[in-house]
Design a protein around this ligand. Sequence first.
Ligand code: GAR
Length: 206
Amino acid sequence: MSNNLSKIAVLASGKGSNLDAILTAIKKGVCPVDVRLVLSDLADAGALRIARDAHIPHVLHLDPKTYENRACFDAACADAIESAGCHWVVLAGYMRILSNAFVARFPQRIVNIHPSLLPAFVGGDGVGDALRYGVKITGCTVHLVNEVLDCGPILAQKTVAIHDDDDRYSLLQRMHEAEHQLYPQILADLVQKTLVFNGRTVKITG
Ligand code: GAR
């Protein structure tokens, strides 16, 4: 398929519900992007199955263990993204820390969704950390990726209330509902509107 839509690469390590939400939004005509590549570091990631079922042109598993070091692995990922002609790199449950060299290859073009209201609860278990801390409100954050983990400029956030009887499973369910609304919506804005920066504050305008 050749079109004028913004071409994106989705990187995912998990079951792929955010990828699925993006693909559903594309089908509904509310997210004008073209997913050219889905890449995972895990062979059994559900995201790869979803991508194959959706006939994404490039579906790729790269195994970090077969590369000499993180820099080599990240370089191979970046090469694949560029070869597929992708303009945006969309992290959707990608659980590896990106090297500075990778980030530098796609300046202000990498976007991530994180399951907490950043800057609270950075890292690999935003949902569990919020539950253990005992906060009453958490949520998800869509942000640009810079060299510091979960610290890039924030594009949008959506709150999720924590109930007294919540466990990890019930909170995760509502977190995913929030993520699945927010991520496709912000991707649509990103590819159609303009980002205006003021220090680390960013507005999506137009
Ligand atoms: C999502 O909740 C996402 O916010 C989280 O992984 C999950 C992936 O779910 N990402 C991180 O924790 C990144 N630090 P999915 O595979 O069903 O889209």
